[in-house]
Design a protein around this ligand. Structure first.
Ligand code: ATP
Ligand code: MG
Length: 570
């Protein structure tokens, strides 16, 4: 490819709104351009990268026995009404009407559409298993689109859906996809980890997320260096502490804590560690008020809490709290509330605490030296409701947890029969019985993968793509392409030879200043470059440098194509 016939448009500065390295670099390198909030054009250079990621995904999906199809992006409401998700999907779904006032959505995902295909096309166990996949734009009206294509509204997803006769076979399909994902992310040169994930509202029996490890990741993952254990913090179990509750040493007393509403302030004021304090969080589900108790240095796990009641939780308003507890938030606590109608749920850690500090249910006061069964009855419920922290015991009992940050690039999910039962997607088994199909779904955020790859591969000069995701394998940079016939002849010849050898070559024939061309190539992240200048040519040499190397080396012009090819294909 000649740069003059392609389109490269780079910028010196990234827009101020770009926070993440990948977002800044994708804009500066001209891979994407913003159209509106969460809407991006993939410029020619960016699209080349996206297509390379797609190619790896397609090869591995096909290799794993999945078959590609393409479903409509626009979906009729009726299908979503069959599964009940039209009403519960919420504002993430972009709803649209056609000219006949009929309801549609722009597909945020495709379980309903693919299940409709399956129920119409699959009759017999002989047609199973089957795994359909597509690579297609999804739309989710994200509340906070940000970080460029990392969390966009329109984004490219590979979504696959497996259909099996029974749970045993679903397990095999699931494992097949898990293995394919491992191969895909390995081939893409990413440092990643597969972690157990919450099965959430979709239900289902098993779920793993593929997380690319990066400081900037939105997800927290807990893992145990001594064992295989790895889970999203949303799911990771906080087990009961090894040290159990004992007789408290103190007796309960009320202490004035003027204007001190947070555990931090109270602990500092009382000269105690934050670990001696208990935080009371009040939520409402339906008509029931709940008080969740977690240790002052811990945080409430929203996903775990959601599972404690049938109806969704919302924070209690200040008025509701005052009406029920007769005290402003900031000074509330569990003492004296056991028979108030509030359901008191203590975290496992809190249930084992002695001599703790909590709100006194009296403005500007806290209680210290509080002990279970002495100053208040045991809570109505003891549950795991907090996020794990570093140093917690691993739930598998094999060591201590560490926390890392990750970017979710893929998700595999054993769905079971939720969709097939709701939509009557049945098959006839070997004995002539009608059975619901067992389903799995498997997503990869194709466009997010590009951003994630950049988060792991950059330096102060720009992107340092591994070959699998680089827009070109090598850049040929002639010095004085227009002026020197010798330079032009060698540049053209290398371009043609390397292209003929099956490599993706960029020849920068725009005859710009050398410094400008080199800086641009480094920004874009092409993994190899060869500079052709008259001086080195006179010695029968060209200058080679890998993007990740500090210095260039001279290589003989003779056999240069073969030498370069071997470096690229290393
Ligand atoms: P997240 O938790 O990041 O919102 P999700 O769990 O809702 O994602 P899935 O339904 O599992 O997403 O979708 C499959 C994949 O699509 C995700 O693993 C992720 O890589 C990608 N993806 C999801 N939402 C977005 C988005 N707004 N922008 C870019 N990629 C996305
Ligand atoms: Mg997910």
């Amino acid at each position: 490819m000649r740069a003059s016939q392609f389109f490269i448009s780079t910028l010196k500065e990234a827009p101020a709104e770009a926070e993440l390295v990948s977002h800044k670099l994708m804009i500066r390198a001209g891979l994407i351009r913003k159209l509106g909030s969460g809407l991006y054009t993939w410029m020619p250079l960016g699209l080349k990268i996206l297509r390379k990621v797609e190619t790896v995904i397609r090869e591995e999906m096909n290799g794993a026995g999945a078959v590609e199809l393409l479903m409509p992006a626009i979906q009729p409401a009726e299908l979503w009404q069959e599964t009940g998700r039209w009403d519960i999907f919420g504002p993430l779904m972009l709803r649209i009407k056609d000219r006949h006032e009929r309801d549609f959505c722009f597909g945020p995902t495709h379980e309903e559409v693919v299940t409709d295909i399956a129920r119409k096309e699959i009759r017999s166990y002989r047609q199973l298993p089957v795994n359909f996949y597509q690579i297609q734009m999804k739309f989710r009206d994200e509340i906070r689109p940000r970080f460029g294509v990392m969390r966009a509204r329109e984004f490219l997803m590979k979504d696959a859906y497996s259909f099996d006769t029974n749970k045993e076979n679903l397990k095999k399909s699931y494992q097949g996809m898990y293995d394919a994902y491992t191969r895909i992310f390995t081939r893409l040169g990413l440092k990643f980890r597969a972690v157990a994930a919450d099965t959430g509202a979709i239900g289902g029996s098993a779920s793993h997320e593929f997380q690319v490890l990066a400081e900037s990741g939105e997800d927290a993952i807990a893992y145990c260096p001594e064992s295989e254990y790895a889970a999203n913090v949303e799911l990771a179990e906080a087990i009961s502490p090894a040290t159990k509750r004992s007789e408290g040493k103190e007796s309960m007393q009320e202490v004035a804590t003027p204007r001190m509403k947070t555990c931090d302030q109270v602990a500092e004021f009382l000269g105690l560690s934050l670990q001696c304090t208990v935080k009371s969080v009040v939520r409402v589900s339906g008509t029931t008020m709940y008080m969740f108790l977690i240790r002052g240095d811990h945080t409430l796990n929203e996903v775990k809490v959601t599972k404690l009641a049938a109806e969704e939780f919302r924070p209690a308003t200040e008025e509701e709290i005052e009406a029920k507890i007769n005290c402003k938030p900031g000074y509330i606590g569990p003492v004296g509330l056991h028979d108030s109608g509030i359901v008191i749920v203590a975290d496992r850690t809190v249930a084992e605490m002695n001599d703790f500090v909590c709100g006194a249910n009296k403005a500007e006061y806290h209680l210290k030296g509080v002990n279970w069964e002495r100053n208040l009855p045991l809570p109505h419920q003891i549950a795991d409701i907090r996020n794990v922290v570093e140093g917690d015991s691993s739930p598998d009992g094999n060591g201590q947890l560490k926390i890392a940050r990750g970017i979710e690039v893929g998700h595999v999910f054993a769905l079971g029969t939720k969709y097939s039962e709701a939509m009557n997607a049945n098959y006839i088994d070997e004995s002539g019985q009608t059975q619901p199909m067992e389903m799995g779904c498997y997503g990869i955020g194709v466009s997010r993968v590009v951003a994630a790859a950049i988060e792991q591969n950059f330096d102060d000069r720009g992107i340092t793509f591994p070959r699998a995701v680089a827009p070109f394998d090598i850049a040929i940079i002639p010095v004085g392409y227009g002026k020197s016939e010798a330079v032009r002849e060698v540049a053209d010849r290398l371009h043609n030879e390397l292209t003929a050898a099956g490599l993706d070559v960029l020849l920068d024939d725009r005859d710009d200043r050398i410094g400008v061309m080199l800086a641009e190539q480094e920004l874009i992240g092409i993994p190899h470059r060869v500079v052709i200048g008259e001086r080195a040519l006179k010695n029968g040499q060209v200058e080679y440098q890998a993007r990740t190397e500090k210095e260039a080396t001279l290589i003989p012009l003779e056999n240069a194509s073969a030498t370069l090819k071997s470096k690229i294909c290393l």
